[in-house]
Design a protein around this ligand. Structure first.
Ligand code: SF4
Ligand code: SF4
Length: 163
């Protein structure tokens, strides 16, 4: 595999927003091993879920530096089957996804994928929003594992069902 062109640098945002089951660390709390501005204090022995995680900024060689999560306070992620693009925000800064440049990027992705079954969401702790090309729908607090079904009627009204 080709080497990544990017590195995390001083970013440790995923060490805060992501859950780490091996460490019993809930999402939204900074990991005790994180060294803000420097990275992981147990890098060589970090858990498997930390080793396997890479945010979309890190994976996408073309995504500009200004999208790096420590700049935006948003970790761009997708679920395992690629059906949700998720803007994961620090619960202390839950509306970070509304700021530039993330907001326009989320709207653009929603526009490009609307109707394909892929949805765009913002999440801060258990609070979630659905981002459509035309609006942002506050879903309140949801089960992060819930299945989400989105439908649009002939008048363009969007409804969301959680299973
Ligand atoms: S959020 Fe992305 S860039 Fe930041 S530390 Fe995690 S993987 Fe690296
Ligand atoms: S173990 Fe290291 S990589 Fe994993 S969340 Fe903690 S600081 Fe981040």
């Amino acid at each position: 595999m080709a080497e990544r062109e990017k590195s995390c640098g001083p970013c440790t945002m995923c060490c805060k927003v992501m859950r780490v089951d091996e460490l019993s660390k809930p999402g939204g709390t900074m990991c005790a091993h994180a060294r803000p501005g420097r990275g992981c204090g147990i890098y060589e022995t970090r858990p498997a879920s930390c080793r396997s995680f890479a945010c979309l900024w890190l994976l996408d060689a073309d995504m500009p530096h200004r999208f790096r999560p420590d700049q935006t306070k948003v970790v761009l992620d997708q679920d395992h089957d690629g059906r949700r693009l998720i803007a994961r925000c620090d619960p202390a800064n839950p509306l970070a996804w509304r700021r530039a440049p993330i907001h326009a990027a989320l709207k653009g992705y929603a526009q490009d994928h609307w109707g394909t079954g892929k949805v765009v969401m913002a999440v801060a702790g258990r609070r979630a929003w659905l981002i459509t090309p035309k609006e942002e729908i506050d879903l309140g607090e949801i089960d992060p594992a819930a299945r989400i079904e989105v439908a649009e009627d002939a008048e363009g009204r969007v409804s969301v069902r959680m299973k």
